[in-house]
Write a new protein. Structure first.
Length: 107
């Protein structure tokens, strides 16, 4: 691959990464969003995080088998309760890790 091709590839990759983020930001920055749409947008991070975490909590690796007794799920329950009660990220991480380690030793 020549230097010119490599430079073109880097510029194209940057454009493909940057443009999908920039275009909505520029187009919507001066407009007032409808309340229902703004509320919907606020739910996207929780939905993405749930989609990333759920397979780890509820299924074993290949092939995916649904199980409820996994250590990760059992440790996530007290961590969730701590998060809801205290709203502390550091406290939630500490509780989750302690529960995971204790359950790992016990099971």
């Amino acid at each position: 691959m020549s230097s010119r091709d490599f430079l073109f590839l880097m510029i194209a990759m940057g454009a493909v990464t940057y443009l999908p983020r920039m275009i909505p930001l520029v187009m919507l920055s001066r407009r007032a969003l409808p309340p229902w749409f703004a509320e919907w947008l606020e739910l996207i991070p929780a939905a993405i995080l749930s989609a990333l975490i759920a397979p780890t909590l509820f299924a074993q690796s290949a092939p995916r088998i649904f199980t409820l007794g996994k250590i990760e799920l059992l440790a996530a329950i007290p961590a969730l309760l701590c998060a809801v009660k205290t709203r502390s990220l550091a406290g939630t991480v500490v509780v989750g890790m302690l529960c995971y380690w204790v359950l790992g030793l016990v099971m």
